[in-house]
Design a protein around this ligand. Structure first.
Ligand code: MG
Length: 382
């Protein structure tokens, strides 16, 4: 029996990186990729039989990383084209009802879904709506005339439709005209759309500050933790010099069981420290032959993955390299970029500094290089 089925489409095809880092639907929010919140809410609702995600071109890998193997389809350049691609995949086994939701509205309640579906008993579609509370005014550089806000609403998603009404609207809609939402399209062709009470929790995430505000509204308490790491390796002739994941030309290199990248080792320890997960030797014992000559970026990746499993987010890392030679300055940007790439951060979330020790001690005598790191992360509380 498929006749009364309800399917949810999550539109997550945006390529925008206004938040910095990945497209916003995959940005971390409350310890999970943004899309994971609404996906979980829709999947868990007993009236919804299946959830299909519409991703942008080239985003299947990001979706799999965020949610695992889930049903999805590649959308188009515009939101309208993306919804249409989703509807087309459903058409062969058409459901009775469809919900279209934007991944950028992560906090969706079961009660909201209930209200929308109930309204479909008497309407072709239903949308969450909130009355406009702020004063509305025209303006340019200076304030213009205010507008009456009576009868004005902010329209949110999910938008719920009788499937055939939405499919027909998409088929009949002029190809050269854009539409800001699906409800307007159904309405254009005579569909009746119910306004149901929306929720401020459903407000769209657009700007970086919206993430913290949404986390606070949702009561997703993230606490900040910082931890440090320190490491030393001996400089010897006949070894390569790896620092911060970058091969640096020098007459000596660092010796150790792996590639002896003292910078990545200090940073790995700092990251492990933030979640109390021991140190690099706990995870990659020097006595284990499989780590002989190993590239240290995998140690860093392991530490970052452990933080990710805890729902954590790396906010910032700062490094100090201590040596007389080589000069670190010319390699600083390459190291920042490399470390940012390994941790999925923007380069401005990585700081690399260097100092000599005024020819004092083992670093001053060029016998070795030392590195210090401090990492700041956020993890869900409790
Ligand atoms: Mg080491």
């Amino acid at each position: 029996m498929t006749i009364n089925r309800t399917i949810a489409l999550i539109v997550a095809a945006g390529q925008g990186t206004r938040l910095g880092g990945p497209p916003k639907q995959f940005a971390m929010l409350g310890g999970r990729p943004m899309i994971a919140h609404s996906y979980a809410a829709l999947s868990a609702h007993e009236a919804i039989d299946d959830v299909v995600v519409v991703v942008g071109a080239g985003q299947s890998g990001m979706l799999a990383a965020a949610l695992g193997p889930v049903r999805h389809v590649t959308g188009g350049v515009t939101r309208r084209e993306s919804v249409r691609a989703g509807l087309e995949t459903l058409a062969d086994d058409a459901p009775a009802r469809v919900l279209v939701h934007d991944a950028a509205r992560p906090f969706l309640s079961a009660a909201m879904i209930d209200r929308l579906l109930a309204a479909l008993d008497t309407h072709d579609g239903a949308v969450p709506a909130l009355p406009v509370a702020d004063t509305l005014a025209h303006g340019d550089a200076t304030l213009g005339e205010t507008m009456a806000r009576d009868g004005l609403y902010r329209i949110q998603t999910p938008q719920a439709f009788r499937f055939e009404a939405l499919r027909e609207a998409h088929e009949r809609w002029p190809a050269d005209e854009e539409a800001t939402d699906d409800a307007q399209m159904v309405r254009r062709f005579g569909g009746e759309i119910a306004l149901v009470e929306g929720e401020t929790m459903l407000d769209k995430i657009t700007y970086p500050a919206d993430i913290a505000a949404a986390e606070a509204r949702a009561g997703v308490a993230m606490i900040s933790r910082s931890a440090m790491g320190f490491d030393v390796h001996r400089l010897v002739a006949g070894e390569q010099l790896w620092l911060g994941g970058v091969l640096i030309p020098h007459d000596k290199g660092l010796s150790g069981h792996s590639d002896a990248d003292v910078v990545l080792h200090a940073l790995t320890d700092a990251l492990l420290g933030t979640i109390g997960a021991g140190d690099i030797g706990t995870h990659f014992p020097p006595s284990d032959p499989q780590w002989k000559g190993a590239a240290s970026d995998q140690f860093l990746g392991h530490a970052a993955a452990l933080i990710g499993k805890r729902g954590g987010i790396v906010d910032f890392v700062d490094l100090t390299v201590m040596c007389e030679a080589p000069k670190i300055g010319p390699h600083r940007d390459a190291m920042r970029k490399r470390i940012a790439g390994l941790l999925g951060l923007a380069p401005d979330q990585v700081s690399v500094k260097a100092t000599t020790t005024e020819r004092l001690g083992f670093t001053g005598r060029k016998e070795g290089i030392a590195a210090q790191a401090i990492a700041t992360i956020r993890v869900p509380k409790g």
